[in-house]
Design a protein around this ligand. Structure first.
Ligand SMILES: NC(=O)c1ccc[n+]([C@@H]2O[C@H](COP(=O)([O-])OP(=O)(O)OC[C@H]3O[C@@H](n4cnc5c(N)ncnc54)[C@H](O)[C@@H]3O)[C@@H](O)[C@H]2O)c1
Ligand SMILES: [Zn+2]
Length: 650
């Protein structure tokens, strides 16, 4: 039994360091809590308390790089329960305040004479915290001045909302598994400059200054709000509330509808002096209790891994399993935060596993009852196919990385630029959707966007995508199978060659991509165009010579037809082909089938696919077949490619 206690302490200490010091947990909270409960039970049973046990003190570690500050009052943890019955007994029919138990980094803010002076983390054992004033100052919702002139201490949680987390996290060198890590990591490890775009917020939940305080918790929260603080979401349970009213009040807290990460509820006596009179243990205060959600486990079958490469090159690993219904939603994926978690689960396809939604939000694999262990660590990037390597993060966990600098996953921004409103204008193709497609390897170049139906089954199976949204996206993309050359050029992201230059080029080359390329091949001097300088000229040439860029855009030429913008069209309606019907046949020198069609369209003429009596011209290339014969029969004007060009010049 002693041996087991030592093992548990060792495991909990290791987890504490990863979680509190590096903000990169090596196990789930559920696992941590199970080990903790086991240790607690053994301590009770044996009556032995080993040094280093985290059960009776507040865990936490300090970063050496931050200055230490002693707290005015210990910052303790909360007693926890998963049972509403226990909360009901705890309430004793008194008036209670319920609030979200925010899952971020707890901070104390100090104010002197109404001015914000210091921010401190909970730190070691809740006694000595870290000074994080330099970064806290940059959190947009921390009041720097408040209408209160005495000294004041406010406690609250520094959090990152789910939306901000999703937007920010994938772009980080070492992404966090949970917004808590992002909040804590940012405020403790960044310099002020890097902190600016992290979108951290402070939600106040407690006032630590007796003289400034009222007698009621609820009044206290209102007071905090009147001083300019954003306050944790809360509600009040009336005196004498029944068990049912308590259950109803708790049921109003649905984490899926709150933008901040939470790991339960805090239930606290509204009567502050009564709460204080209850004192505290070394671990928690008795004035409040935390109600955690029951992590109900569901049986299912493990089906495999899904890989996705993020824009930093990190390859994320997600476990896929048979559908399970949890709280009214279908769950079939669980993100595996690092390779250590993957190893520990000893997975194999077909294994019987147990899954749950951590804090009712994040699907996780809790257990693998089969443990066949046949699954091997992936070896290749899902996006570019290159071998992947294993990196160790600063917290000691292992992650897969694709180190190929040309991996399409790293090019998300180029795709976002290409599809944006003022370029190709593909409606409804958001950055996160694009990123998802690229990460899975469904989109590697611009042309792949036009062939999404190859992956339709996988796409409609992803979270937040269905048949309907797929159809909508498909329609938006189809609409852009015809585009203007200026849209296309602007979308390519040639440095310094934007929309304006795109328009000039499209105009000069009459919307003919082939003519544009030919000009480059023949060393055309772009500085002869108005508004074109040396830099733009050089940038066009270096872009054209870039083999990697070429892979990105060239395949797309097979999918799009260039059309002229109306105003450009009107300037060219006095050409001999305007208003005419034209067929092209045989192999042309300077045009592909698409580009000749685009050219015809740009001349205000109509391209036809077969020769009829309405056809005005037939342009013939090498090996023209039956169309030539038919045109001759119908007496239609036949032009060689050279004659066609000559008439254009005239
Ligand atoms: N996954 C891991 O490896 C790992 C490691 C260490 C700890 N943990 C997790 O952390 C837990 C223990 O952490 P803890 O002691 O920091 O916190 P806790 O879970 O005991 O929570 C208490 C704290 O919540 C904060 N809080 C948030 N909202 C509040 C509100 N509305 N009112 C009052 N207080 C509020 C307060 O700062 C309070 O001190 C464990 O149960 C475990 O789940 C996980
Ligand atoms: Zn790759």
């Amino acid at each position: 039994m002693m041996q087991r206690m030592k093992e548990l302490i060792f495991a909990l200490q290791k987890a504490d360091t990863a979680y509190h010091k590096h903000d990169q947990p090596i196990m789930s909270d559920r696992e941590y809590d199970l080990l903790y409960d086991e240790l607690f039970a053994l301590e009770e049973k044996t009556g032995v308390l080993l040094a280093g046990s985290p059960v009776h003190k507040v865990s936490g570690e300090l970063l050496e790089s931050l200055a230490e500050v002693t707290h005015t009052r210990p910052m303790l943890s909360a007693g926890k329960t998963k049972s509403i019955d226990e909360v009901f007994r705890f309430a004793q029919g008194r008036k209670m305040v319920l609030s979200w138990k925010l899952d971020g980094l707890t901070l104390v803010l100090r104010y002197t004479a109404g001015v914000f002076t210091q921010a401190i983390t909970r730190g070691r054992e809740g006694l000595v915290g870290e000074d994080v004033t330099h970064t806290a100052k940059l959190m947009s919702n921390i009041p720097l001045r408040i209408p209160y002139t005495d000294d004041l201490e406010v406690r609250g949680e520094c959090v990152v909302g789910w939306n901000s987390f999703k937007q920010l996290n994938d772009g980080l060198e070492e992404p966090y598994s949970h917004p808590r890590g992002l909040a804590a990591g940012s405020i403790r490890k960044l310099d002020a400059e890097a902190m600016r775009n992290r979108r951290l917020e402070f939600l106040a939940f407690n006032l630590i200054s007796d003289h400034a305080d009222s007698s009621s918790k609820w009044e206290q929260l209102r007071h905090l709000r009147s001083l300019g603080f954003d306050v944790v979401g809360h509600s009040v349970l009336a005196v004498g509330a029944s068990h049912q009213s308590l259950s109803d009040a708790v049921a109003l807290y649905n984490p899926e509808q709150y933008d901040y990460p939470v790991d339960g509820l805090i239930i606290e006596y509204d009567d502050l002096s009564y709460g204080r009179s209850l004192g505290s243990t070394g671990h928690h205060e008795n004035r409040l209790i935390a109600l955690k959600w029951q992590d109900e486990l569901y049986d299912t079958i493990f089906r495999g891994l899904e890989l996705a490469t993020t824009r930093t090159g990190m390859v994320s690993v997600t476990g896929v399993f048979d559908d399970v219904q949890i709280d009214g939603s279908t769950v079939n994926h669980a993100y595996l935060h690092n390779l250590d978690i993957l190893d520990k689960l000893e997975l194999g396809i077909g294994d019987r596993i147990q899954v749950y939604k951590a804090n009712q939000i994040i699907p996780q694999i809790a257990e693998n009852t089969t443990r066949s262990g046949t699954l091997t660590i992936p070896t290749h990037c899902p996006c570019c196919g290159e071998p992947v390597v294993i990196h160790q993060t600063s917290g000691g966990t292992r992650q897969l990385f694709c180190e190929n600098t040309q991996c399409p996953a790293k090019l998300v921004r180029k795709f976002v630029h290409f599809c944006s409103k003022t370029r190709m204008d593909i409606e409804g193709l958001s950055e996160s959707t694009l990123e998802k497609f690229i990460q899975h390897g469904w989109v590697k170049n611009f042309a792949d966007l036009y062939e999404l139906d190859r992956y339709k089954a996988q796409i409609v199976a992803t979270d937040g995508f269905g048949e309907k949204s797929f159809a909508r996206l498909q329609a938006a993309i189809d609409k852009r199978r015809c585009c203007t050359m200026n849209q296309f050029i602007a979308g390519l992201g040639i440095h310094t060659v934007g929309r304006h230059a795109g328009r000039d080029l499209a105009q000069y080359f009459h919307g003919s991509w082939a003519a544009f390329e030919l000009a480059i091949q023949e060393n055309f001097d772009f500085t002869t165009l108005p508004d074109f300088g040396e830099t733009m000229h050089n940038n066009i040439y270096s872009w054209y010579a870039d083999a990697e860029a070429d892979k990105l855009w060239r395949p797309l030429l097979q999918h799009i037809t260039f059309i002229q913008e109306e105003q450009i069209m009107s300037t060219h309606t006095n050409n001999p082909f305007s208003g005419k019907n034209i067929v092209a046949t045989g192999k042309l020198e300077q045009y592909t089938r698409q580009s000749i069609e685009a050219k015809i369209l740009s001349l205000d003429a109509t391209p036809q696919s077969s020769v009829t009596k309405t056809t005005d011209f037939l342009i013939v290339g090498a090996k023209a077949g039956s169309k030539l014969a038919k045109a001759q029969q119908l007496g239609i004007t036949i032009l060689s490619e050279a004659e066609f060009e000559a008439m254009l010049e005239a």
